[in-house]
Design a protein around this ligand. Structure first.
Ligand SMILES: C[S@@+](CC[C@H](N)C(=O)[O-])C[C@H]1O[C@@H](n2cnc3c(N)ncnc32)[C@H](O)[C@@H]1O
Length: 377
């Protein structure tokens, strides 16, 4: 499939130029024909939707009257495995894992969070046009590792599509289903520790949205390298931990306050979230070759005019409905000055602002891939 790369606009004034937002009907936007990614609301744009954040292309703002927002509340539960490691901690009505000690991973692992992870999986598939990965897989795929597998939804779907491979999903929390494909299995372990699998073992290592549980991402990537077989590939998918806005509509909002507090408290908790270039560098430094990085836009809320982006924004809003609390509650109340009530009212306010469609915020998702040289030891 052909990439739609929006960096080729001849009107781009340079790499440091901000991306612009075009208010509905504004003449300030590029013509729809100049940008197949962000153009009109008539049809979905086909193909991949890679974005160039250094371009000055415009994400057009849709009609404010549009609103068919649905809540995430009708998604089904998963059944957790029975194990002695299910000695969970409970705070403020949410359940957290105990493995590794309190504060190691600040997101909950209860059923509400599992629903959110499964909904987020759907979001990631929307962004990637229904693909589970973007990297070209090697032939003779026997062993696959999914790092921080969560509910195991990616591992299960990948295993169903690749019966020739054994897929191992690993996570701090035993929240994966009991009834799985025969070629999929789950382990509970801490990926910040030394990995105990054999070296040169996996033909494909996949990792999605784990930066909230990995303090030394360079070490994490070097362990990936060690355990990838020569000729094997890795793919790291991350929602980058920055919020963007092209037209200032986020300024002074509670959504902006949420992101500010979230970043500050994460830093106090010891997390330095890698940027796209950092992840690329970690892969190169570890020894991977053919390193590529693709970046995608995810609007916070269904405000974009483009139908595909609007749908993505819609689902992201449903993810954020419980996601702001999942990411923020422990952090803001432990490392910030917020009471539980203040934090929860911040999340509710930010959510309400998002659904007015007047705040044109967006986040990036990146897919970074690499291949271990075939002649590596
Ligand atoms: C945001 S969730 C993403 C889940 C899954 N990758 C997905 O995209 O659906 C992050 C997962 O990583 C796990 N995790 C975080 N830090 C970890 C660590 N150090 N070792 C193993 N798993 C970890 C968490 O328990 C959680 O299930």
């Amino acid at each position: 499939m052909t990439n739609i790369n929006v960096s080729t606009s001849p009107s781009s004034p340079g790499p440091s130029s901000p991306v612009g937002v075009k208010p509905s009907g504004s003449s300030a936007a590029l013509s729809p024909s100049s940008n197949p990614l962000f153009d009109d609301d008539s049809e979905d744009t086909p193909g991949e939707h890679e974005h160039d954040p250094t371009s000055n292309e415009l994400i057009q703002v849709g009609d404010d009257a549009y609103s068919d927002y649905a809540s995430a509340s009708d998604y089904s539960d998963n059944t957790s495995v029975t194990s002695s490691i299910r000695a969970y901690l409970f705070h403020n009505g949410r359940r957290y894992h105990r493995y590794g000690g309190q504060g190691k991973y600040v997101l909950p692992n209860d059923e509400a969070e599992q629903d959110r992870l499964d909904l987020h999986h759907h979001l990631a598939l929307m962004v990637l046009d229904a693909k589970l990965h973007t990297v070209k897989l090697p032939e003779n795929l026997h062993r696959v590792l999914d790092c921080g597998t969560g509910t195991g939804i990616w591992a299960l779907e990948f295993g169903a599509m690749h019966p020739e491979a054994v897929v191992t999903g690993v996570d701090l929390s035993p929240i994966q289903p009991n009834w799985v494909e025969t070629n999929v299995r789950f382990e509970v372990d801490d990926l910040e520790k030394e990995w105990t699998w054999r070296e040169n073992h996996f033909q494909f290592i996949h990792s999605r949205n784990i930066t909230n549980g990995i303090r030394d991402f360079g070490k994490y990537v070097s362990q990936m390298y060690k355990h990838t077989s020569p000729g094997g590939v890795v793919e790291i998918s991350e929602n980058l931990h920055d919020i963007h806005c092209q037209d200032g509509t986020i300024n002074g909002t509670r959504l902006e306050e949420f992101w500010k507090q979230y970043k500050e408290c994460s830093a106090k908790a010891g997390f330095r979230f890698p940027k796209k270039e950092d992840i690329e560098n970690y892969l190169q430094e570890a020894g991977f070759e053919d390193v590529t990085a693709k970046i995608y836009v995810m609007p916070w809320g269904p405000w974009a005019r483009d139908k595909r982006l609007r749908r993505i924004g819609h689902v992201l809003a449903a993810v954020a409905e419980t996601g702001m609390e999942a990411y923020g509650l422990q952090l803001l109340t432990t490392f910030g000055d917020y009471t539980v009530e203040q934090a929860r009212s911040l999340f509710v306010d930010a959510m309400k602002e998002m659904m007015t469609l007047k705040v044109h915020a967006y986040q990036y998702m990146v897919q970074v891939t690499g291949r271990k040289p075939t002649d590596a030891n």
